[in-house]
Design a protein around this ligand. Structure first.
Ligand code: GNR
Ligand code: NI
Length: 168
């Protein structure tokens, strides 16, 4: 297993649209294992393949308290079940150090495939629904900072650009 590098805003590679996963092979399983190691090491609750520069429709998450409920979603889609919005102070491993309130539909029905390609679906609410929508956005090249004001987003961009220059 390996800890992968996480791309940071405003890296243009975070804007790529991911393509569907078609082969459920050992390469995919290896990538999933590396993504879990990367997510747990970074203390994130979710990670999309886009963030590690793999532009495939794959995301992982673990929203459990004890970090003992790893979940994999391949080729995920969702329907909104409750248009009522819920607010959450969102963060992102690709936008380190910044948190902003984002509103998203409260309850969704998510459908996806597992590591073996088996289809599943279930209803998600709470943090799980928020996190799933955040991760699926990544697969579309979208970031939580796209939901806040241009002024705030530009401030975050310039702060991160400075940090990235200083650490390069
Ligand atoms: O670790 C993460 N925390 C988080 C908090 C609120 C809403 C979404 C998230 S996802 C984020 C990890 C990440 O960047 N996933 O793409
Ligand atoms: Ni994120």
């Amino acid at each position: 297993m390996a800890v992968l590098q996480i791309l940071e805003f405003p890296d243009p590679r975070l804007r790529k649209i991911a393509s569907g996963v078609t082969s459920f092979d050992s390469n995919l399983n290896h990538l999933i294992d590396d993504m879990f190691e990367t997510m747990y090491e970074a203390q994130g609750i979710g990670l999309a393949a886009t963030q590690v520069n793999v532009h495939k429709r794959l995301l992982i998450l673990d929203v459990s308290e004890n970090k003992d409920s790893p979940r994999v979603f391949i080729n995920p889609t969702f329907d909104i079940l409750d248009h009522e919005l819920s607010e959450y102070d969102e963060g992102c491993l690709s936008v380190p150090g910044f948190y902003e309130t984002v509103c998203r539909p409260r309850v969704i029905m998510v459908a996806a495939q597992d590591r073996d390609g088996a289809q599943f679906e279930f209803e998600a609410g709470g943090l799980l629904a928020t996190c799933l929508q955040h991760e699926i956005d990544h697969l579309e090249g979208k970031l939580f900072v796209d939901y806040i004001s241009t002024l705030k987003r530009n401030r975050i961009r310039s702060k991160l650009e400075k940090e990235q220059k200083n650490s390069a």
